[in-house]
Design a protein around this ligand. Structure first.
Ligand code: ADP
Ligand code: MG
Length: 388
């Protein structure tokens, strides 16, 4: 068990620029329990995670892991038992290759070679990392790095794993996989998880939800209890899951529903069959024709990464689209669907092998086109602000 008694923490404690991040926290976490930690940015979630994993230490009160008081002296033992996956995986990946990074923790524990290999293999299986086992970490996507970071923590076989916003950098299907993995590992290994997230729907089947606000505990309870307090959550900038909001709106309109509704399945089960609408067929997408107010037009754009090498991979295969002046357009697609590649072709950063990109009707890859002038026409905010 992890227990917190009147725990407080301040950055730069004792100095004039001290920042109080946590106050009077009384909490417990059980092994095998799935706990969600919610709260607005700056509410203290990451700070609490670092206290639990003995990265920082309480500046007041007591934090105990299995009865052991967390201090600089006991930190090493506590870190073996409480693994933390940082908000940014790059803060925790140290080795060059995936397999070396996973083995790093167990090696540090001084375990025998075959035990290290067995643990590495187990987490590689659990997280399905076979394909990238020997890959260099610098070549991995955000989602892959996340999984490697989790694998490294799991290889230490901790009793508790804290995941600090692990799903912000990955696409919904991978996020679902990760959550399924959390449930499976709890089931199989009895690991207790503390999952920090902004996505409410991820935690509707957790054992408990803790809500933080400005460094203190605002509320805790089952998902049913917490998501029933919509107004209080709203007041601190949080929401209930979308399906819960829909449930309350329908309830207010007179539908007999057992609120709060937490899943789409519950909603479907409880809605009367007579309210089922006639399903309309979905129309196939068509491209808007090029007209005088067309700003960007791409026609049959092809782009291949590392062409004519064994690593060759297709980025775009005949992308065609038009964007009119003043339009607000959403570009959707799974990871590796080609979203960023298309943007880079439009920005003049990647020359298509075939096809044309026109801005204001001019082919931007034509020999006499002034790419410099294009920079004044289109601004871009990259996926990772650092690259900018
Ligand atoms: P959350 O994870 O909920 O967004 P944090 O734990 O990161 O919240 O932050 C809680 C408070 O502590 C905020 O006021 C934040 O500005 C402050 N804080 C976080 N990290 C540091 C740091 N390294 N130095 C000083 N203040 C920090
Ligand atoms: Mg945080």
């Amino acid at each position: 068990m992890i227990s917190l008694e009147q725990v407080g923490f301040a950055y730069n404690a004792g100095r004039s620029d001290a920042i109080v991040a946590l106050q009077n926290l009384n909490l417990t976490f059980q092994k095998g329990e799935l706990v969600a930690l919610l709260g607005h940015n700056g509410s203290g979630k990451s700070t609490l995670a670092k206290l639990l994993a003995a990265v920082h230490f309480a500046t007041s009160g007591n934090l105990r892991v299995n009865g052991i008081h967390a201090t600089e002296t006991t930190a090493y033992d506590i870190r073996r038992d409480v693994g933390l996956v940082f908000q940014r995986p790059d803060d925790q990946l140290i080795a060059g290759r995936v397999i070396d990074d996973i083995a790093f923790g167990p090696e540090n524990l001084g375990l025998p070679r075959d035990e290290i290999e067995l643990r590495a293999q187990t987490v590689i299986d659990a997280l399905d990392l076979h394909d990238i086992r020997d890959a260099s970490i610098s070549t991995l996507s955000g989602g892959e790095r996340q999984r490697v970071a989790i694998a490294g923590v799991l290889a230490m076989q901790p009793s508790y794993v804290i995941l600090d916003e692990p799903t912000t950098m990955i696409a919904p299907p991978q996020a679902r996989q990760l959550l399924a993995l959390v449930h499976r590992l709890r089931q199989q290994l009895g690991i207790g998880f503390i999952h920090i997230t902004h996505f409410m729907h991820e935690v509707v089947d957790f054992d408990r939800i803790i809500v933080m606000h400005e460094g203190h505990l605002l509320m805790q309870g089952t998902p049913h209890e917490v998501f029933n307090r919509h107004a209080e959550l709203h007041a601190v900038g949080l929401d209930v899951p979308l399906v819960t909001q829909i449930g309350s709106k329908l309830h207010a309109k007179g539908f007999t529903l057992d609120t709060p509704i937490l899943t789409a399945q519950q909603l479907a089960q409880q809605l009367p069959a007579s309210s089922a609408p006639v399903v309309q067929p979905i129309s196939t997408p068509t491209s808007t024709p090029v007209t005088s107010d067309t700003f960007i037009s791409c026609e049959n754009v092809h782009f291949t990464y590392l062409k004519d090498t064994p690593m060759q991979s297709s980025g775009l295969r005949g992308a065609t689209c038009t964007i009119r002046r003043g339009d607000i357009v959403a570009l959707l697609g799974g990871t590796q669907a080609g979203k960023s590649t298309l943007i880079e072709c439009i920005l003049g950063l990647r020359k298509p092998e075939t096809g044309t990109v026109r801005i204001d009707g001019k082919d931007i890859y034509a020999p006499n086109y002034d790419i410099g002038a294009l920079r004044d026409r289109i601004g871009v905010v990259f996926q990772q602000p650092e690259t900018q």
